[in-house]
Design a protein around this ligand. Structure first.
Ligand code: PHE
Length: 513
């Protein structure tokens, strides 16, 4: 059965969906910590440079590729060069199997913690509670030790919500959800930031640790400083959801007349602004807790899951009033931010399947969500956190950035950036300057190659987090290899119908309002 390709109902709907994908768990628990680790306010310099030299050019690239070819990544790649189809499959495949499966489980943790917050049932020792009672973490990545049922149930809920949103046509599913989720996220976040900042010791911590600049940390003349630059590029990629073909997919639902450059700039700006603002809540709350418990700030702050599930509950315990509401609010923010990213990961893969096999959205998304749910089970076992950590490390350091390099070669060199720029400038929006050609052909890929080189170099400095080599190869190398193999296999099926390789006629000519 052939379905007509859907379109976004409004310009705002598309923008909010794209921002929804970009704003996720990474903005909340990754950005603040990275800023702290890497020189406080000074980190904003490499971050901004990474944004301008890699983030913005690639966002424009992904939007324009999806828009020009009106296709998901495999089809878009195949239309530019047939030999590149397997690489086009690789991006959504690795995003789905490498990120979405554990992203759903982390949202599941948040659902659990949302309920736990109602009674502060995590007790006073939040670290022991999280690792020993909640995750019941085993001793090694190979000791699965059975499934944690509350986590599995909540993960199924996350997949259920994702399915309910994705299986409808974009305009009625993802767009509607984004129009509800994003304003809700802004309001909840602002309440959280305001509340955090009026806690005792909060403003002081923000000034001392978040906004002060330690310029020596970002010096290009030291190995430590160069690491910070690599980290900034990695963060920009992850936070903008680039290199996974998500933005290609979202842009494929845009009508012919569209302001590609304006939308790309706006998506980048809103996402980074959100990260910057949530940083105030993170530093404020931790500053308050450090003061209340009389521990140094340096000891209180943690990265990743430790921040959300250990430090935050601890801070919530210390609040003078409204602990339960504050706790529920924080986990609700994580749930909303997480689900809007999860739907984008699901969409990119499901849309690729629809394009290739000409199946309906409902069928493709139902199948994907079922497969995703089964795949998530491994992360709900007692070794789940270890596997998650390893997979996340490899995907973030390699898959994303390699995806970005491939896109630059495809569009910058094979298609030629100038041709793509002509397309963008013919869409009736803001004009794209020729400097973009240089960025896409040279600056961005060179920067990204340096980033991958730096990551490989660090890999040989010692096993990541001291995990056994076997575990790193099996889970980290395994996911990269399996997704490559999967994409290779998928690309060998014939297109149904074969004419799909020829461009669609533009669906509609209208300009989104
Ligand atoms: N951008 C999201 C975040 O910051 C994560 C994400 C990455 C989502 C890639 C989709 C794709 O958390």
């Amino acid at each position: 059965m052939t379905e007509k390709r859907g379109l976004w109902g409004s310009k705002l709907g598309f923008l909010l969906a794209a921002v929804g994908s970009a704003v996720g768990l990474g903005n909340i628990w990754r950005f603040g910590y990275m800023a702290y680790e890497n020189g406080g306010g000074a980190f904003l310099v490499p971050y901004a440079i990474a944004l301008v030299t890699a983030g913005v050019p690639l966002m424009i690239l992904e939007y324009s590729l999806g828009h020009r070819e009106k296709a998901s990544p495999p089809l878009a790649f195949a239309r530019v060069n047939r030999l590149w189809e397997p690489l086009g499959w690789w991006m959504p495949t690795v995003a789905f199997f490498g990120i979405n499966l554990f992203y759903a489980v982390v949202i599941g943790w948040c659902f659990n913690y949302f309920l736990l917050a109602m009674n502060l049932s995590w007790g006073s020792d939040t670290g022991t509670f999280f690792f020993k009672e909640f995750l019941q973490i085993s001793d090694s990545p190979f000791a699965f030790g059975g499934i944690r049922w509350p986590i599995l149930a909540a993960t199924a809920l996350a997949w259920g919500v994702c399915w309910m949103i994705c299986f409808r046509e974009v305009r009625h599913g993802i767009e509607k959800a984004s129009l509800i989720f994003m304003p809700m996220l802004v309001v909840l976040t602002l309440v959280l930031v305001g509340w955090s900042l009026q806690l005792e010791g909060a403003v002081d911590a923000v000034k001392r640790y978040y906004l002060s600049c330690d310029w020596s940390k970002i010096s290009l003349f030291s190995a430590e400083g160069r690491k910070v630059w690599v980290a900034a590029y990695g963060q920009i990629f992850f936070t903008l959801s680039l290199g996974f073909g998500i933005m290609i997919t979202y842009a494929s639902y845009l009508p012919r007349k569209t302001d590609i450059v304006g939308n790309a700039l706006m998506t980048c700006f809103l996402n980074c602004l959100y990260s910057f603002i949530t940083g105030f809540a993170v530093f404020g709350t931790i500053g308050f807790m450090a003061q209340a418990k009389g521990v140094p700030f340096e000891e209180a702050i943690k990265a990743g899951p430790g921040l959300a599930f250990v430090v935050y509950p601890e801070a919530i315990n210390q609040l003078p009033a409204g602990n339960r509401i504050f706790g529920a609010l924080f986990f609700l923010v994580l749930i909303v931010a997480g689900i809007s990213s999860m739907i984008s990961l699901t969409e990119a893969f499901a849309c690729s399947i629809c394009d290739k096999f000409n199946t309906t959205r409902a069928k493709a998304t139902s199948l994907m969500c079922a497969v995703g749910m089964v795949g998530s089970v491994i992360f709900t076992t007692r070794a789940g956190l270890y596997i998650l950590d390893i997979v996340d490390h490899f995907i973030n350091n390699y898959a994303l950035v390699i995806g970005g390099i491939l896109e630059c070669v495809l569009v910058g060199w094979l298609l030629r950036a100038g041709r793509m720029r002509q397309h963008v400038n013919g869409c009736g929006g803001r004009r794209l300057w020729p400097v973009w050609d240089v960025a896409v052909r040279v600056i961005t890929p060179v920067m990204l190659i340096i980033v991958v080189g730096g990551a490989i170099f660090q890999e040989f400095q010692g096993c990541y987090e001291g995990y056994p080599v076997k575990a790193l190869l099996l889970f980290g190398g395994g996911i990269l290899f399996a997704s490559r193999l999967g994409s290779f296999v998928l690309s060998h099926f014939p297109w149904v119908p074969p004419r799909l390789l020829h461009k669609h006629e533009p669906d509609e000519e209208q300009l989104l309002t």
